[in-house]
Design a protein around this ligand. Structure first.
Ligand SMILES: Cc1cc2nc3c(=O)[nH]c(=O)nc-3n(C[C@H](O)[C@H](O)[C@H](O)COP(=O)(O)OP(=O)(O)OC[C@H]3O[C@@H](n4cnc5c(N)ncnc54)[C@H](O)[C@@H]3O)c2cc1C
Length: 377
């Protein structure tokens, strides 16, 4: 039996573990830093058909229907006037059982945890040292040492394990943006609504069939180092109030009193793609690369990467990092372009952008290239 260590119990690590369960030739353990996994998070996540296809391979198509939603369109609005600019029919990329899906992140995590035997997850543990030969020897924070055939690193955007392996600091950089998340109930909206404003955008979408909605806004903000690294700063009531008011003042959509469970956090992105020369070590998910959140591909790419790492180990091939680098380049470019276009502030540039958006969103050729190449290829 091949012995595999998975570091981090997030979307990518759990998807990878589910794939291993489909074969009986792997013995794996997931090591998680936290003492418990948060299953009450009500915030939403969007999954495009590329990841839904992979999730269906592990039974996602059997998930309870009222816990997920299938939006058909992305509607673009001017945040100030709430006038519709254009729309994209994302259902064009759907096929039977593979539909663009929105849901609560906690529902996805619960689904991914469902088949994993409890004894396979070891909590409160971190890797402190990695020794590499034909096998991988891991030293843990409880002083235990264990040897594995493969190491899969899925400990998220601040991957400490990756820095240990590469023997350099691979910390992400602050993207000069802050995310504001919340929940909204009972509004009339069956699609993904994207509101574009100067230096900010926000998105509202249903997360299930029970009239619960996710609100996420990305607001450009230059912050000082002592603010960026201070979690208390982002939890501060006055800061949250100032972010909320900033949005309320710039949109005619009535959000006041509707937003609940508001939280803010800094947005980080990877500086550059860093692969690994060791054939039995895989970085997956945000630990491999983290994108600006304006293309909603983080989780979908995490699942794709986990699947590719699994295929590589299973088929004994060696093209994982080469393939990933190409796909990540495409997704990163689109995420950065979206972020730039969504946040334009000059009125003439905005007029021009809206004109181009109307044209492009009606072009089959453009949509197949811009979205199809990510969702289908
Ligand atoms: C504002 C925002 C909105 C987003 N919206 C979307 C969206 O709509 N659609 C989408 O596809 N993606 C979205 N994403 C991105 C998506 O959430 C991430 O890409 C995805 O969760 C990454 O999964 P992961 O498994 O790599 O990491 P994570 O989900 O972060 O999991 C990492 C796990 O590793 C654990 N860990 C950390 N350090 C250690 C350690 N040293 N040792 C052991 N364990 C450790 C953590 O506790 C955690 O459990 C969004 C991101 C942001 C910031």
């Amino acid at each position: 039996m091949k012995k595999i260590a998975i570091i981090g119990c997030g979307i990518s690590g759990l998807y990878f573990a589910n794939k291993l369960l489909s074969k009986r030739i792997y013995d794996f353990t997931i090591y998680e830093k936290k003492s418990e996994i948060d299953l009450n998070d009500g915030y939403g996540i969007q999954l495009s058909v590329n990841s839904i296809k992979l999730l269906n391979e592990i039974g996602f198509n059997n998930i309870t229907a009222n816990e997920i939603f299938f939006p058909k369109r992305v509607n673009f609005f001017d945040a100030k006037t709430c006038k519709k600019i254009c729309e994209i029919d994302i259902s064009k990329f759907n096929s039977e059982n593979k539909r663009y899906t929105t849901l609560k992140r906690s529902i996805l995590i619960k689904f991914l945890l469902n088949n994993i035997p409890a004894g396979k997850i070891k909590s409160n543990l971190e890797v402190t040292r990695v020794e590499h030969s034909d096998k991988v020897k891991l030293h843990f924070s409880n002083n235990a040492i264990e040897e594995f055939d493969y190491l899969v690193v899925s400990d998220g955007i601040f991957s400490k394990t990756k820095s240990i392996i590469l023997e350099k600091d691979v910390s992400p950089q602050f993207f000069n943006s802050v995310a504001l998340r919340g929940n909204i109930k009972n509004i009339d909206n069956n699609d993904i609504s994207l509101y574009l404003g100067p230096n900010f955008h926000f998105v509202i979408y249903p997360v299930n069939q029970n009239k619960e909605f996710n609100f996420i806004s990305i607001i450009r903000k230059k912050l000082k180092n002592n603010e960026i690294f201070n979690q208390k700063f982002f939890e501060n009531r006055e800061f949250l109030k100032s972010l909320r008011n900033e949005i309320y003042q710039k949109t005619s959509l009535d959000l006041a009193d509707k937003l609940e469970n508001i939280k803010s956090f800094p947005v980080y992105v990877s500086k550059k793609f860093a692969d690994c020369n060791y054939k039995n070590i895989y970085f997956i998910g945000d630990a491999l690369f983290s994108f600006p959140p304006s293309f909603a591909q983080g989780a979908s790419q995490s699942i794709e990467a986990a699947n590719e790492a699994f295929e590589e180990i299973n088929n004994n091939t060696y093209s994982y990092y080469k393939k990933r680098r190409l796909k990540i380049k495409k997704v990163n470019l689109r995420s950065k372009l979206n972020h730039f276009l969504f946040h334009l502030s000059n009125p003439i540039s905005i007029l021009f952008r809206n004109f181009i958006l109307k044209k492009l969103t009606n072009s089959k050729f453009f949509l197949n290239n811009y979205l199809g190449k990510i969702y289908r290829d």
